[in-house]
Write a protein that binds this ligand. Structure first.
Ligand code: FPP
Length: 238
């Protein structure tokens, strides 16, 4: 952790970006306008976190359950991915940020898969913060896919299930190179995990803010980090 003005900055932060729809509804706008504003917030928060010295920022961009939304909303979100992929690349270059994606990308349209691949490959050499986008991600789905791959390796004799450790199993998760979140932030007041990073958040400190995601900014981020600083982390010990 880095120390800025007496505040310890968590090295790994994860965010459930909730409230785009309600933000839009309050203004008589379409839900997709809320998502568009939400994308602006993502861009700004990447920069703020990188400057504060956060090492890993993981955001929940699209869950395995989000396909159930209206066709209009899903199409709108895909269009936003297309548009923002280019902007994210520029943002990553300007801030020395490496981009990774977790989740099952195979369900996305081909051009979106290509732009995700490009985001990862063109930023792979950046040495600053790692920005992780969870897209078509679900914690249970991630654990299911990991278990299936582990079982295949066990069947091939590459690994011995009687010797399996948590560390070894973690290597099969999408987050294998990403430290568990120290701080999990959820915007817009709901008190649930919504299938996000179920394995990884075992000991994360959870901070909930009532602010809708499009209104989330650096000041609110600092408030969340300040609340985190007041917590005593015991990791199950005394
Ligand atoms: C939750 O708000 C938000 C989502 C399901 C999508 C979040 C996506 C973005 C902010 C865009 C990310 C894009 C990129 C390129 C990183 P909600 O619609 O559930 O809000 P509500 O609970 O008020 O209806």
């Amino acid at each position: 952790m880095e120390d800025i003005n007496g505040l310890s900055i968590p090295s790994s932060i994860a965010i459930i970006m909730d409230g785009n729809g309600r933000w839009a509804q309050k203004r008589g706008l379409s839900r997709n306008m809320g998502h568009k504003e939400g994308c602006r917030t993502v861009e700004q928060i990447i920069e703020d976190c990188a400057r504060l010295g956060v090492k890993y920022l993981t955001v929940y961009a699209f869950s395995t359950e989000n396909w159930k939304r209206s066709e209009d909303e899903v199409t709108g979100l895909m269009q936003l991915f297309r548009y923002y992929a280019g902007r994210l690349l520029a943002k990553a270059r300007d801030n020395n940020v490496r981009v990774l994606m977790i989740g099952d990308r195979s369900r996305f349209p081909k051009d979106i898969i290509a732009s995700i691949d490009r985001l990862e490959s063109e930023t792979a050499g950046n040495t600053g913060m790692t920005f992780v986008m969870a897209a078509n991600y679900g914690g249970r789905d991630e654990i299911r896919r990991a278990a299936a791959r582990y079982a295949m390796d066990a069947k091939d004799g590459k690994t011995d299930p009687s010797e399996l450790t948590e560390e070894e199993f973690s290597e099969y998760l999408d987050t294998k190179s990403i430290p568990d979140p120290d701080l999990l932030i959820r915007t817009s007041g709901e008190l649930r995990l919504s299938n996000f990073l179920l394995w990884q958040c075992a000991y994360s400190e959870i901070v909930i803010t009532d602010v809708y995601w499009p209104d989330f900014d650096r000041d609110e981020l600092i408030r969340c980090i300040t609340e985190f600083n007041g917590r005593k982390r015991r990791f199950g010990g005394v």
